[in-house]
Design a protein around this ligand. Structure first.
Ligand code: MG
Length: 253
């Protein structure tokens, strides 16, 4: 069931999503060669708590795994999403995807970005650029009377044109009263299919894009999603509300 939000509820989601965006920008500034992902996690957690908010991923459970131990998901190179912060040291040429979720006043915001560590290869730079662009191309379709499939198809068409592959096992989602709500928002699909987009919907759009195969597997920690061919992956995400018939990005600082 898709939960339509009131203006007041969207304001609460905007407040959480703003903290998410600020946290991402802060972590991005500290993400450099020699830092560990655990150090970045601490920076994110301190910032979120100082805003009287709750890290939404910490303690999150899914069937068959330990509850998630981090504030951020930190996913390096072949790690697609859900990487657990650790003593892994960032190296020159890495790409790091950072995903942050925040709860405040009972409402959630969720966003992600990928950053280059030092100097990255042209291929990784092109991957990051295409993934971020596909997010905005998807967001443009999140308008009244379109359907979820219009978002999916726009992302797919663009990514295919760039020669990259789309992770099919994971997708975007409604967000707001819960971290994950209906509808699911795949990053591939058919135009004019799926649920109709309405004012008051709040959704997280999040393309996860690979250089090589679209196939992924779960690492032995039970969380980290990695590409089967170990080639790099990128991830960008925004929380978006449909207001006055058009998308407004809420995860901005
Ligand atoms: Mg999400």
């Amino acid at each position: 069931m898709i939960i339509i939000k009131s203006k007041k509820e969207i304001d609460f989601i905007r407040e959480s999503a703003k903290i998410v965006a600020e946290t991402l920008q802060l972590v991005k500034r500290y993400a450099e060669v020699g830092k560990t992902t655990l150090e970045l996690d601490k920076i994110a957690e301190d910032y979120i708590l100082s805003n009287d908010a709750i890290p939404a991923f910490k303690g999150y459970s899914q069937a068959g795994s330990i509850s998630f131990p981090g504030t951020i998901c930190s996913s390096v190179n072949e790690e697609v999403v859900h990487g657990i912060p650790s003593n892994r040291v960032l190296k020159d040429g890495d790409v790091l995807s950072i995903d942050v979720g925040v709860e405040k006043n009972g409402y959630f915001g969720d966003a992600a970005l990928t950053v280059a560590i030092g100097t990255i290869s042209d291929e990784k730079a092109k991957l990051m650029e295409a993934t971020e662009k596909s997010l905005y191309i998807g967001i443009e379709q999140a308008k009244k009377n379109n359907r979820i499939g219009d978002i999916s198809a726009a992302i797919e068409d663009y990514i295919i044109s760039k020669g990259f592959s789309i992770v099919k096992d994971l997708c975007g989602h409604g967000v707001g009263k819960y971290l994950h709500e209906d509808p699911q928002i795949p990053n591939f699909g058919r135009k004019n299919s799926g649920a109709k987009i309405k004012n008051g919907m709040t959704i997280a759009i999040e393309p996860m894009i690979n250089i090589g195969t679209d196939e992924v597997e779960i690492a032995s920690d039970g969380w980290t999603v990695i590409t089967k061919d170990k080639k790099a992956s990128a991830h960008f995400e925004h929380t978006v509300a449909i207001i006055n018939d058009y998308p407004e990005i809420l995860s901005v600082s």
